[in-house]
Design a protein around this ligand. Structure first.
Ligand code: SAH
Ligand code: SF4
Length: 365
């Protein structure tokens, strides 16, 4: 049935005077939440609003021409439609662009748009700052400011795809490798994933989403229970408890054994892998003994290894290993029959690479 031919609801009447209560922002609401927010609006109308928000990525009520004019005017008055706004963009020589998003409370987070042949990858933030305090990471030095809401996470996707005139049908990969620890804000991250994977929205397949974590074991266990879940990447970055605890405080709570137990129990589908990200820090994590232990760790479950030569940032005190050491490390792993890649971080010249995403003043030490 043509929705337009259905009887008009109370919502199709002209807008009354503006209500006194604060306006709820619809950007980030689920279908159920939209129905709850808009009593009297028929379900098919809520579905049209959902599609407008998440499939068409509309940013103003004027774009929602499938709705009656009266309903649009009423929405304009009674609810807010506000996605995070891109306030600064810096493009790198390699084609990637780092964007700064301003959130409703004025806080800033960053995301990176990376075009590849046949797909676009978006690196997303999950928090303002991060509580995990990894010593090599610029975001970690900020401390935690707050969690992002589902709308603020989805909004980074909406804003970046709109900004880059994303071609319909071109696959999108999402990686939670920007600011923050996604497992420390799992409810909002999973709510965002539900919106992004919804067939009536961007319909991004869950296998195209990767959640990278420093190893919060309770979060990994919780993620394992979701039927539709993103792929898992673990920031390993250390092969002995002694060294890993020094650079990643999380290891003092869940050590390598606890982490590997959780990963062995994680349900991995056929053809799926758990990615082990391994930052190569000169003189700290780049010895050939590390390479050997990394291989042993990786053999415990279906995995592939992603080596990330350290991206320098001001005042970190760490260094990137020499090129021949990176090569030797990589060759050793390949020689053991494991899949390994070296992530030449994109956007390095604009500080958009891993661990360089930092927006606010550094935490005082
Ligand atoms: N908090 C999550 C996701 C964000 S960090 C996590 O830790 O996995 C994304 C990746 O960047 C992690 O693998 C992290 O180890 C890596 N990283 C952080 N700082 C880095 C730096 N300075 N150089 C290279 N990689 C870095
Ligand atoms: Fe947080 Fe990840 Fe940086 Fe560690 S590496 S401080 S978990 S963002």
């Amino acid at each position: 049935m043509n929705p337009e031919s259905q009887p008009a609801s109370a919502w199709d009447n002209p807008a009354p005077e503006a209500p006194a209560r604060p306006r709820v922002n619809v950007a980030g609401l689920s279908k159920t939440q939209l129905v709850e927010l808009l009593p009297g609006v028929p379900a098919y109308r809520a579905a049209q609003i959902f599609e407008g928000l998440y499939k068409h990525r509309w940013t103003t009520w004027d774009s929602f021409t499938s709705l009656s004019k009266a309903l649009r005017e009423r929405l304009q008055v009674e609810v807010e439609l506000a996605w995070p706004e891109i306030v600064e963009s810096v493009s790198s020589e390699d084609g990637s662009t780092k964007h700064a998003f301003r959130l409703a409370d004025g806080k800033l987070v960053e995301g990176v748009h990376m075009p590849y042949a046949g797909r676009t990858t978006l690196c997303l933030s999950s928090q303002v700052g991060c509580a995990m305090g990894c010593t090599f990471c610029a975001t970690g030095q900020m401390g935690i400011v707050r969690n992002l809401t589902a709308g603020e996470i989805v909004g980074q996707v909406v804003a970046m795809l709109n900004k880059h005139d994303h071609a319909e049908g071109l696959p999108v990969n999402l990686v939670f490798m920007g600011m923050g620890e996604p497992m420390h804000n799992l409810d909002h991250v999973m709510a965002a994933c539900a919106l992004l994977t919804d067939p009536a929205g961007q319909a991004i397949p869950p296998r195209r989403i990767t959640m990278s974590t420093c190893g919060l074991v309770t979060g990994i266990e919780k993620l394992a229970r979701f039927r539709k879940r993103p792929r898992l990447a673990i920031s390993l970055n250390g092969t002995t408890d002694r060294y890993r605890s020094q650079i990643m405080p999380v290891n003092r709570v869940w050590n390598l054994l606890a982490l590997s137990n959780a990963l062995r129990a994680f349900p991995v589908e056929k053809g799926e892998h758990i990615t082990l990200e391994y930052v190569l820090l000169k003189g700290i994590t780049d010895s050939m003994d590390d390479a050997r232990r990394l291989v042993a760790f990786a053999r415990q479950f279906p995995s592939k290894i992603n080596l990330i030569p350290f991206n320098a940032h001001e005042g970190s005190g760490f260094h990137e290993p020499a090129e021949d050491r990176i090569e030797e490390f990589c060759k050793f792993i390949t020689g053991k029959g494991l899949t390994v890649s070296v992530r030449r971080s994109r956007g390095q010249d604009v500080a958009g690479a891993c661990g360089q995403l930092v927006r606010e003043g550094r935490k005082k030490t």
